[in-house]
Structures are given as C-alpha cells and as structure tokens.
Write a protein of this length. Structure first.
Length: 51
C-alpha cells in the first residue's frame, strides 16, 4: 500500500467501511478508498489513512 498521509478522524470501531456500507468506493493503486464526508479513507492495519 502506498505511504499514508495521516490517520483519519474516525476509527474502525466507529464505522467499518466495506461493500454495501453506503460510501462510494474509489480504486487507489493497490487498494480501495472510501469517500466519507468529502474525503477518502483507506483501511491500514487498525486505523484508516486519510487520502
């Protein structure tokens, strides 16, 4: 996975992005980003990275 910019403002415990979670998906290199509140998140271990 590409180097991340910083951790997202919400955690995996608060919301799990997955197929059918209601957020738009965008392919980003070797992973999928989820569009959330106008920005993109990608799962990275135990947190989301902000893209």
């Amino acid at each position: 996975m590409a180097e991340h910019e910083h951790s997202a403002e919400h955690t995996i415990a608060e919301h799990t992005h997955q197929d059918g979670c209601g957020h738009e998906t965008v392919q980003h290199d070797d992973h999928v980003d989820f569009v959330h509140d106008g920005h993109k998140h990608a799962e990275h271990g135990d947190h989301y990275d902000e893209h």
